[in-house]
Design a protein around this ligand. Structure first.
Ligand code: NAI
Ligand SMILES: N[C@@H](CC=O)C(=O)O
Length: 365
């Protein structure tokens, strides 16, 4: 970010959609950074509203109440169009929406928000990995000058999308990507040693905010498949979710239950996961959730038994690993590694996207 004094003062109106685990952590990070950004970087972040699945709060509602604590606020029913219009404002101000939901209904709004000049930042993977026509409509809508950034959709706060972008923009050629893209599965594989049932660990991963709102999206491989699609499209390959070969860890009997019921029947995962662990231990290996995308666009996601000497065997906690093999990095791939899930690191990835957009804005009150 430029220091104050090197550029004029910029104001960015911000609306946060989805004040859940990631959105809640982001709101805290934004609030605590506001004074520093204003003082050191001449950037006024103006939080104009928050919308959850059923209700929303707008800063115009009651100045006196809004001046007090977060608890003393007026809420009205969720209305995404009204919310976006409020954040956009009537004047020519810079405005940005942050979608921290996992909602398809929210992602469906991106094309017209962007076309209307609203910047959009999100960790929600549904736009990047959803229907290709919508993805293309989103890219086309950025002709308005609005920016769309989604770094945290792949490996949370790790710089994965930007690294790929930089490789390609500097003329490198992507030959393949391999790695571990699920923080939840990484953490579960690291912790599942037979001393506790798998279901107990999965509950803990959920409580820590590592899993998707519905943990079956992690266990089924769908969440990682979405990340592969996002990276493939970033590299200009028109991959769709149906083209990713995915091995699911969700037993068919649990696949279509409502989430609450699934959470009550987690113990049914214990026996199959114990069997997989035993298989790995028998051959002195470890279980790791591995994904790959080759140069022809073939993509796969599966749980593998890897030898204890394999580099992926030495990761810790929620560590993700992304290996980019490119024309320049062909003998020894370029590696991005580190924590790949959790509200705080994800929120920081989203916040960094906001700052990248803010630093490109021309001064406007
Ligand atoms: N937890 C993590 O480590 C990571 C999460 N993400 C993504 O971040 C997003 C949020 O994840 P969590 O915070 O864990 O989920 P969460 O379930 O805790 O929060 C989701 C929020 O979205 C809100 N919401 C749902 N539908 C909405 C709608 N139609 N309009 C407005 N708000 C709506 C809910 O009320 C809730 O506040 C997901 O898309 C997830 O894939 C991405 C990277 C890492
Ligand atoms: N549930 C996801 C969160 C980040 O995308 C994961 O575990 O990787």
């Amino acid at each position: 970010m430029p220091r104050a004094g090197t550029t004029g003062r910029r104001t960015l109106a911000v609306g946060v959609i989805g004040p859940g685990r990631v959105g809640g952590a982001l709101l805290e990070q934004l609030r605590s950074a506001q004074p520093r950004l204003a003082r050191d970087h001449a950037l006024e972040l103006k939080l104009c509203g928050v919308v959850a699945s059923k209700r929303m709060w707008l800063d115009c509602d009651d100045a006196e109440l809004n001046g007090r604590h977060a608890g003393a606020q007026i809420w009205r029913p969720n209305d995404l169009d009204a919310f976006a219009a409020h954040v956009r404002g009537n004047d020519d101000r810079h405005a940005l929406l942050i979608d921290c939901s996992a909602s398809e209904a929210v992602a469906a709004h991106y094309p017209h928000w962007l076309a209307a000049g609203l910047h959009v930042v999100t960790p929600n993977k549904l736009a990047g990995s959803g229907p290709l026509e919508r993805w293309q409509a989103i890219r086309a809508a950025c002709a308005s000058g609005a920016r769309f950034r989604y770094e945290a959709t792949v490996c949370a706060g790790l710089p994965v999308v930007q690294t790929l972008r930089d490789l390609l923009d500097t003329g490198d050629e992507l030959l393949g990507i391999e790695g571990m893209f699920s923080g939840t599965l990484a953490w579960l594989c690291n912790r599942h040693d037979g001393s506790q049932p798998f279901s107990v660990l999965l509950r803990e991963a959920h409580a820590l905010g590592y899993t998707e709102p519905d943990p079956r999206e992690d266990l089924s491989g769908l969440d990682v498949a979405r990340k592969l699609v996002i990276l493939a499209r970033e590299a200009g390959r028109p991959l769709s979710l149906e083209q990713v070969a995915v091995e699911s860890l969700v037993p068919p009997a649990l696949a279509t239950l409502p989430v609450d019921e699934f959470m009550q029947r987690l113990h049914e995962l214990d026996a199959p996961m114990a069997a997989k662990l035993a298989e790995a231990q028998t051959c002195g290996g470890v279980l790791r959730h591995v994904a790959s995308l080759d140069r022809h666009g073939r993509a796969s996601v599966r749980l593998e038994v890897l030898p204890a000497s394999h580099p992926f065997a030495h990761t810790r906690l929620t560590d993700n690993v992304v290996q980019f093999r490119t024309r320049r990095y062909c003998d020894n791939p370029l590696l991005v590694q580190g924590p790949g899930a959790g509200p705080e690191v994800t929120a920081a990835g989203v916040f960094a996207d906001l700052l990248r957009i803010a630093e490109s804005l021309e001064p406007r009150a």
